[in-house]
Every structure is written in structure tokens, then in C-alpha cells.
Design a protein. Structure first.
Length: 318
């Protein structure tokens, strides 16, 4: 890579593109929505609350994609978490015990997936596709094929309609923590090394299998926390919830500048990607657009984001 290309890379961080796209899309909706409703403070609050689950899941998916992997079980894991929390609350457990158990279950699932991918070297796509089906079926069976109604016992306040909602600040704290781990720790350097060239990483003494186990465990732990936030908004255990969430999460990370080939990724970029998806959906609702238009617009933005990122990579290699 030439010195000039290196300077370009330093001046253009990976998160800059998604951030600019977020500003542009938000500005467009602010101008064209009826009565400029997009500029109201209540809209900011609504979008912040709606982005919490997607953003927290995207934090974990960023780690997974940086290693060159993928996780299709995120949506099913979020749904299972809501069911476990509701089931335990209904059985008389305290909120702390219910949340701790649900997150522990989610983390154990991630560790199992990590062992399959990292130690047995099975394809992440196949492993997580199977896990997605198993978790969804487990959630439906645990809930006896219906929603579980229960007293949320204070968990509904996690994402209450207020800027002081704990869930929003928890998401921000988790984003900062993951960014620090990925960017400033030895483990973070190992994650990038494994994603860039796993064979070379192994020759350098990095235990790639261990790295992948930890990455999938952390990703599932974060998905479990996101599931608790989802329960906070639903206040029921819903085994059919979050179908397709994993695709939105992957889209947020890709929009954020992380290639599916691995080796690169940005926590800030993934957060901006998640916010962009939420802004598009909220703006489409305010414009009275049908849901199918929202999907098309989101898909087009993903295509554009990938095309721009590919062009940027070609320039930096030249």
C-alpha cells in the first residue's frame, strides 16, 4: 500500500460513510415528512428506543463478522430469551434471577456454537442455521406454542418512554465497552488477526479456536441482553418474536463497513448502520409508505453501502 493510500485510509475511518449516509437520510426525511414531524424531540426518543435491540445485537455481530464468521441464530436467541425471562417471572423468580438465567443460557448457546466453529471447524453458516431452527423450536416448545403473559416486575421500565430509560444508556455503555475491547486490547487484535488471515494468525501463536469460542459467546451474551430489552417492550414471552432480526443485524454491520470476508469492522460504524435502518423505517412510517417499500429502500441502501465500500477498498489497494 502506498503512503498516499495510507493517508487516505487514516483520514477516512470506516464509520464515516455510514455516518454521512445517516445524516443524509435523516435530513431528507426531516424535509419531506408532513409538518416536519421528524424534527420533534419525541421522534428522537422513539428511534433511540427502537434501535436498542438492533444496536446491541449488532455489537456482537461485528465481532463475529470481523473473524470472517456469521450468526443466523440471533433472532431466535432473542425470542428464546424473552420466553425464558417470562417463564421464570411467572414461576416466581426475581427479575435479577430471571435475567441472569436467560443471559447465561444465551451465552452457553454461543459458546457451543463457538466450539463447533472454532474447534471442529464447521461452517458458521451451517452451524448457526441449524442453531436458529433449534432455538426457535425450543422457544415455541418452552412456551407451549403460545405467548407467556406475566408481571414484568419492573423490567418494563428498562425501555420506558424517557431519555433516562436505562436500556438506552446500557446500549451506549455496551457499545463503548465493545469498541474498547476490539480496538485497544490484545483480544481485539487477535480477533482482527484471525479474520484477516487465520492461517497466519495460527503461525503467530494465536489460538484461533479459542478466539472464535469467545467471540460467539460474547455475541450471544449480547443477544441475550438484547432479548431482555425486547421483553421490556413486549412484557410477554413471545416465541415467534424477532423473526428475521438476524438479517437486519447483519445488514447494520455491513452498512457499517464490515465486509463479510472478515478482517475489518467498526463498532461505531455498526451502530450508525443500525440507526440508519431505524431512521429509514421510522421515516417510511411517517410518510405512510407500505412495509414492502421499506424493505426495498433498506435493500438499496445495503447495495449502495457495499458498492461504495468495495470502491474504497480498491482505491486503498492501488
Amino acid at each position: 500500500m502506498s503512503a498516499l493510500a495510507s493517508l487516505r485510509t487514516m483520514r477516512r475511518p470506516a464509520w464515516l460513510g455510514p455516518f454521512v449516509a445517516l445524516l443524509v437520510v435523516y435530513t431528507i426525511f426531516a424535509i419531506i415528512t408532513p409538518e416536519h414531524s421528524f424534527l420533534r424531540s419525541q421522534i428522537f426518543l422513539t428511534m433511540a428506543r427502537q434501535s436498542v435491540v438492533l444496536a446491541i445485537c449488532a455489537l456482537g455481530m461485528t465481532l463475529v463478522i470481523v473473524t470472517g464468521g456469521i450468526d443466523l441464530s440471533t433472532g431466535s436467541l432473542v425470542a428464546l430469551t424473552t420466553v425464558v425471562v417470562a417463564k421464570m417471572l411467572k414461576g416466581g423468580s426475581s427479575p435479577v434471577v430471571a435475567v441472569a438465567t436467560a443471559v447465561a443460557v444465551a451465552t452457553a448457546v454461543g459458546a457451543f456454537v463457538g466450539v463447533c466453529v472454532g474447534r471442529f471447524r464447521l461452517m458458521p453458516f451451517v452451524v448457526t442455521l441449524g442453531t436458529m431452527a433449534v432455538l426457535r423450536g425450543s422457544a415455541i416448545g418452552l412456551a407451549s406454542e403460545q405467548k407467556i403473559d406475566c408481571d414484568p416486575r419492573g423490567l418494563d421500565h428498562l425501555l420506558e418512554a424517557s431519555l433516562s430509560a436505562p436500556g438506552i444508556w446500557i446500549a451506549l455503555a455496551l457499545a463503548a465497552l465493545v469498541a474498547i475491547v476490539l480496538g485497544y486490547t490484545r483480544f481485539g487484535r487477535h480477533v482482527f488477526a484471525v479474520g484477516s488471515n487465520e492461517a497466519a494468525a495460527r503461525l503467530c501463536g494465536i489460538d484461533a479456536g479459542r478466539v472464535k469460542i469467545l467471540v460467539y459467546a460474547i455475541s450471544s451474551l449480547l443477544a441475550g441482553i438484547a432479548g431482555v430489552m425486547e421483553f421490556s417492550t413486549l412484557t410477554v414471552g413471545d416465541p415467534t418474536d424477532s423473526v428475521g432480526l438476524e438479517l437486519d443485524v447483519i445488514a447494520a454491520v455491513v452498512i457499517g463497513g464490515a465486509p463479510l470476508a472478515g478482517g475489518e469492522g467498526s463498532v461505531l460504524g455498526s451502530v450508525f448502520g443500525a440507526l440508519l435502518i431505524i431512521v429509514i423505517r421510522t421515516g417510511a412510517v411517517h410518510m405512510g409508505m407500505p412495509s414492502w417499500v421499506q424493505y426495498i429502500v433498506t435493500g438499496v441502501i445495503i447495495f449502495v453501502a457495499v458498492a461504495v465500500d468495495s470502491a474504497r477498498r480498491r482505491r486503498t489497494r492501488s
